[in-house]
Design a protein around this ligand. Structure first.
Ligand code: B12
Ligand SMILES: *[C@@H]1O[C@H](CO)[C@@H](O)[C@H](O)[C@H]1NC(C)=O
Ligand SMILES: *[C@@H]1O[C@H](CO)[C@@H](O)[C@H](O)[C@H]1NC(C)=O
Length: 139
């Protein structure tokens, strides 16, 4: 094959292989709320890649917006556990933790049954990171 033909063949191979979805980003917002102190909410915009996990979007936001920061610990079985947001740490002794909730574009709010490492946001999700008290037996 001539180099030109080879190039054309390569292009043909590559072009149909790039579905529109892959080049698209999935916009989300992240709202930080506090139901213990009722401190004012903060809302940030970021995105995940196509079918990317929430943790990826949180890392992107942290990289690009220095007002948002978070830390997590790694659980051997369940993966990343969100430990602190903007310097405020969940504290088992005080029975506080960062709850993960999601308001989808249609306004319905759910509490995902997975953490930040497993949740895959949908376009225009508002991810709610809510500092809250847990009551034992109330899970
Ligand atoms: C108690 C509990 C909690 C407590 C733990 C604090 C405490 N000191 O008690 C609190 C309220 C903090 C909690 C929070 C959440 N939890 Co929870 N929790 C449980 C529960 C009922 C028991 C865990 C336990 O005590 N095991 C016994 C001890 C000895 O084992 P352990 O490994 O040390 O337990 C630790 C881990 O389970 C860890 N943990 C608890 N929940 C979660 C969630 C994730 C994603 C991770 C990484 C770790 C983790 O905290 C425990 C104490 O340190 C389990 C269900 C079950 N029956 O196992 C769900 C469970 C583990 N939680 C779950 C979930 C989804 C969450 C949340 C993401 C809910 C939400 N939408 O906000 C959040 C975590 C958010 C975050 N910050 O990352 C899921 C995890 C499934 C998955 N594959 O991700 C489970 C399996 C319940 C379910 N819905 O199916 N949880
Ligand atoms: C802050 O966020 C919480 C959780 O999403 C919501 O219930 C509350 O109405 C918000 N408060 C304000 C003042 O917007
Ligand atoms: C998300 O919001 C954008 C901008 O408002 C809109 O164009 C798009 O249709 C929305 N997508 C979904 C799935 O809600």
């Amino acid at each position: 094959m001539s180099p030109a033909l080879l190039c054309a063949a390569l292009l043909l191979l590559l072009l149909p292989g790039a579905p529109a979805e892959n080049s698209n980003v999935t916009p989300i917002s992240i709202r930080v709320s506090n139901s213990v102190t009722n401190a004012p909410n903060k809302t940030y915009s970021t995105h995940v890649v196509f079918r990317g996990i929430l943790l990826g979007g949180m890392r992107r936001l942290q990289r690009e917006n220095h007002c948002f920061k978070f830390t997590y610990t790694e659980h051997a079985d369940y993966g990343p556990f969100l430990e602190s947001v903007n310097g405020l740490h969940g504290c088992p002794k005080e029975q506080t933790f960062w709850e993960l909730r999601v308001m989808s574009a249609n306004g319905i709010v759910i509490t995902p049954d997975v953490g930040i490492g497993c949740y895959i946001p949908c376009a225009n999700d508002t991810i709610i990171l809510n500092y809250k008290k847990f009551v034992s037996g109330d899970l």
